[in-house]
Design a protein around this ligand. Structure first.
Ligand code: SF4
Length: 398
């Protein structure tokens, strides 16, 4: 399977908590950037054709995937997205692929802009949307530096369904400054009422030197306690399970596909499954990463350098490293353990060419004794306690 990630590092303004590779006020480079993405894809696909062909063996991932992430992909015009997809169509049959695009509701304000945009995306073959909403509290949205209100986000979500999208994710944060348990409970209720097919709920990670981190360091704002944040996560687990969502990854929930006869078909994000299953993927764009075993690369982060490299006929690689076997073992385990069903021994063998119990038998036994892992004849997975202490478990394998 082939997995393509297009990084769109353009934002209207920077949010107060964000440390992603993204830039405000550089939209004048968008056309050149789109052309550069197409050039980079051709170069990469030709260079790694043999490696990528190896990925065509049967996989736990149902589809080829294309993911437009950011930054703010919804800053792209439909024509720009069409151009990128036309380049991708040289390597992937678009009609059978999962094609996801991240949307910031603040880029689609006014009149029927959201509906027109979503109808246009659908016509281009995009079949999954991920709405970055983050909170259902206008004062928190303001504090986070988001460029939309709750009402605008709700209208955007409604437009996505109206345009015919049946797989819409909502990205939300919890553990936000001043956030109360009661208001989080209300948020969960509202998310279920809106009817998202997929939810990604992450506890806020405070990134050093962001404006939000500085305000917290200065004592202007305060985060909920660790216990309160853990309670918010447990509430999400309980509430969303009761509402019919399956928590298939630590921070991700999906509904079953109502339009399919196969009741077991979850509307999970296949593209992210590729990361968690430690598959090869091609990352394109400024600051993007890619992995084609046994190598991993990261691109130039500055848009101007990225463009200059491609305009000079060179790949815009900042760093390329050889992934050691030991790193691949560790990464396969800690990524795979993020999945609720756990990591099968068969999958570890397929990715690493060795039995996981030979490498980690003693360690996983010790973690089972501590109540953090459950070992079955076919797999190993986190226990509920292990999920709460996930970082402690993952650290053992890094
Ligand atoms: S919209 Fe997303 S990528 Fe852009 S600044 Fe905000 S959090 Fe960062």
């Amino acid at each position: 399977m082939l997995h393509l990630y297009f990084h769109i590092p353009f934002c209207r303004q920077r949010c107060a908590y964000c440390d992603f590779v993204t830039y405000a006020g550089m939209e004048n480079h968008l056309d050149a950037y789109v052309a550069a993405l197409c050039t980079e894809l051709t170069m990469l696909a030709v260079e790694h054709a043999a490696c990528l062909a190896l990925e065509s063996h049967p996989s736990q991932i149902a589809k080829n995937t294309i993911f437009f992430g950011g930054g703010t992909p919804s800053i792209l015009s439909l024509q720009q997205i069409e151009r990128i997809l036309a380049a991708a169509a040289e390597f992937i049959a678009l009609e059978e692929a999962e094609i996801s695009l991240e949307v910031n509701p603040g880029t689609l304000l006014g009149g029927t802009k959201a509906l027109d945009y979503f109808q246009g995306l659908k016509a281009l073959g995009v079949n999954r949307l991920s709405l970055g909403i983050q909170s259902l509290d206008d004062s928190l949205l303001k504090l986070l530096g988001r460029i939309h209100t709750v009402a605008e986000a709700k209208a955007c979500f409604a437009a996505a369904h109206q345009a015919g999208f049946t797989n819409v994710n909502g990205d939300f944060l919890f553990g936000l400054p001043g956030q109360q348990i009661a208001s989080w409970a209300q948020t969960l209720e509202t998310l279920v009422l809106w009817g998202f097919e997929h939810l990604s709920l992450y506890s806020l990670t405070l990134e050093a030197e962001t404006p939000l981190a500085q305000r917290i360091e200065q004592g202007v704002l305060a985060l909920p306690s660790e216990d309160e944040t853990a309670t918010m996560y447990e509430m999400a687990l309980a509430y969303l399970a009761a509402a019919g969502y399956e928590n298939y990854e630590i921070s991700n929930w999906a509904k079953k596909n109502a339009s399919q006869n196969n009741e077991n078909l979850l509307l999970a994000c296949n593209h992210n499954l590729a990361y968690w299953l430690n598959q090869n993927y091609l990352g394109l764009g400024a600051g993007a990463h890619g992995q084609i075993f046994p190598k991993r690369y990261s691109n130039q982060v500055k848009i101007t350098e990225y463009l200059a490299n491609l305009q000079a006929g060179q790949r815009p690689v900042a760093e390329e490293i050889e992934i050691k076997a030991s790193e691949r073992f560790g990464e396969t385990v800690f990524l795979g353990l993020r999945l609720t069903k756990g990591l099968t021994f068969a999958h570890f063998y397929e990715r690493c060419g060795v039995d996981m119990r030979t490498i980690y038998g003693i360690m996983i036994g010790q973690l089972e004794d501590k109540g953090l892992l459950k070992i079955t004849p076919t797999a190993v997975r986190l226990t509920p306690r292990g999920r709460m202490l996930g970082n402690q478990v993952f650290a053992q394998f890094v």
